[in-house]
Design a protein around this ligand. Structure first.
Ligand code: GAP
Length: 425
């Protein structure tokens, strides 16, 4: 983990939040390369589950919602962790995640009774800080899909089974220390609420289980390091009748990467009860009205970034560190170098190639130091291909294309370069 954290900081993937002020617990910023990697993940997800499917539509709902949402969803009452307080130093921590049974701050062994601690962040809306104005930062995006269920039904032509997808921020006042970006207070999730007939829930649960595994595989993650964990009834969220966690062998141990839950009709039913709005679905053939049941696959964006980085990090070659990212995830797909920075004819030709490449892919430019160092710098951030313009290029209009993984170099005609890269990226 230390090597990944160090590379992430050094190369501009991930920085501690507000670091100049000493940081903020469990909070991180994505730097110039991190935001590219994260956006690539989100775009691939949206493309795969929204654009390429007829049965899923997108949504972007607000972070702060009417507080009644959280009453109806059960989060005000149930979304909590059991905390104990050390009687000596008054530190609060989760007893169930502390194997030593000692206070993590002072080593004390005398604790208060466990009390439920709600994980939602509170704020006030409007000018007065009074209880009538309390609002909450959403701890999951899912409630947006439930409260907009009727709007989506009325404004689109969806019919069962169908899903509503959303990518967005969620906030949790996590107490357990975080393991870098594994457990954050502010994070992003990609969620689908997939509405089905009750009698079909098992079939769709299984479909989504397979879809989630296929997604993980397509990220380049070794499925041998992914374990399905059936959550017992006592550990399931209050709304779930069945949950599987997909756990990944992170460098610090096997932990939850994603989750898949059967939320029954819990949410729609409760929102109907609390709002008074009819949130039932009318079957177009039978005219029967009912609350659809929900299968919810959910993906943490930041945990995806962490798993992808852990999987891609390779320092087995003493000469170089390589991020073996799939090309679709890599921040830069191509890097272009003039062999020498002080030869205008090389720089001019390299600039032309760079500008052409930039119109297709995220492309890096580097003219500092020697070629070996430039390759090393691109390997470390996962750039799949480096294109070098040298003196031969001026004579025969070819360039060297170097492959990150094999380190093989090929001479390619400049006029064929776009097609050559297209076949590989
Ligand atoms: N709507 C369902 C739901 O919120 P969850 O298992 O609590 O389920 C979904 O969260 C996903 O969000 C997790 O599988 C994980 O990937 C990610 N996640 C949860 N808490 C997180 C945190 N504190 N920091 C980063 N990611 C988190």
């Amino acid at each position: 983990m230390e090597k990944i954290i160090s590379l992430a900081k050094r190369r501009g993937f991930i920085f501690p939040s507000s670091e100049i002020y000493g940081g903020l617990a469990n909070s991180y910023d994505y730097g110039p390369l991190g935001v590219e990697l994260k956006n690539n993940i989100k775009n691939l997800w949206w493309e795969r589950f929204v654009h390429r499917r007829d049965d899923i539509v997108g949504l972007d709902s607000t972070l702060i919602m009417n507080p009644k949402v959280w009453e109806a969803s059960g989060h005000l009452k149930e979304f909590s962790d059991p905390l104990v307080e050390c009687k000596k130093c008054h530190t609060r921590f989760r007893e169930d995640e502390n194997d030593t049974l000692k206070c993590p701050n002072c080593g004390g062994e005398d604790f208060s009774e466990a009390k439920q601690f709600n994980l939602m962040f509170k704020s006030f809306m409007g000018p007065a800080e009074e209880s009538a104005n309390i609002v909450y930062f959403r701890p999951e995006t899912a409630q947006g899909m439930f409260v907009d269920f009727k709007n989506v039904l009325d404004s689109t032509r969806v019919s069962l089974p169908f899903g509503i997808a959303q990518i967005g921020r969620a906030f949790r006042n996590e107490i357990t220390p975080g393991n870098f970006i594994f457990r954050l207070r502010e994070f992003e999730m990609m969620e689908i609420e997939y509405f089905v007939q009750e009698k079909e829930w098992e079939r769709w649960f299984e479909e989504w289980r397979k879809e989630m595994l296929a997604w993980i595989k397509d990220l380049g993650i070794d499925l041998q390091k992914v374990h399905e964990h059936e959550i017992s009834e006592s550990d399931r969220a209050h709304y779930s009748k069945r949950t599987i966690d997909f756990e990944y062998d992170f460098p610090f141990g096997q932990k939850e990467l994603y989750g898949l839950a059967y939320r029954t009709d819990f949410d729609l039913k409760n929102h109907e009860k609390f709002s008074g709005e009819n949130l039932k679905y009318r079957d177009p053939e039978t005219n029967e009205e009912f609350w659809p049941h929900v299968i919810e696959p959910t993906w943490g964006v930041d945990r995806t970034v962490l798993a992808v980085l852990a999987e891609a990090y390779d320092d087995s070659d003493p000469e170089r560190i390589v991020l073996r990212l799939k090309p679709e995830l890599a921040p830069y797909k191509v890097a272009v170098f003039p062999l020498l920075a002080n030869k205008p004819e090389l720089v001019d030709l390299a600039r032309q190639i760079y500008n052409e490449s930039r119109s297709r892919y995220m492309t890096a430019w580097d003219d500092r130091g020697n070629i070996g160092k430039r390759y090393y710098a691109q390997d470390e951030i996962g750039t799949p291909y480096c294109v070098t313009v040298d003196f031969q290029s001026l004579e025969d209009q070819t360039v060297t294309v170097r492959d990150r993984d094999s380190m093989n170099q090929e001479r390619v005609k400049i006029e064929e370069l776009a097609d050559y890269l297209k076949g590989k990226l």
